[in-house]
Design a protein around this ligand. Structure first.
Ligand code: ZN
Length: 91
């Protein structure tokens, strides 16, 4: 399980930015994603990873096709809502 280094940033979102930064800028960029301010800059620069969309409810990144189902299943924006059932992780 991956944990985001920043409170308020879902792990998957951090991971996608870190991964995009790695591919675009090389290993040195990983260190920068551990800095909150640089992470925000990188996220702005790189944007949402292709094929992913930003969920406006919880701030997580989801695969484009899964957004509607995700929002239906989490209609109530409860902060700190932890998924109990095993989530499919293709990482
Ligand atoms: Zn969401």
């Amino acid at each position: 399980m991956v944990t985001s280094p920043f409170p308020g940033i879902p792990a998957r979102r951090w991971l996608e930015v870190a991964d995009a930064a790695l591919r675009r800028f090389g290993p040195a960029a990983i260190t920068e994603t551990l800095d909150r301010a640089r992470f925000a800059e990188l996220e702005q620069t790189l944007g949402t990873t292709e094929g992913f969309v930003l969920c406006p409810l919880c701030g997580d990144w989801l695969q484009d096709a899964g957004l509607i189902g995700h929002q239906r299943s989490s209609a109530l924006p409860l902060p700190g809502r932890a998924p109990r059932r095993g989530s499919r992780d293709s990482g």
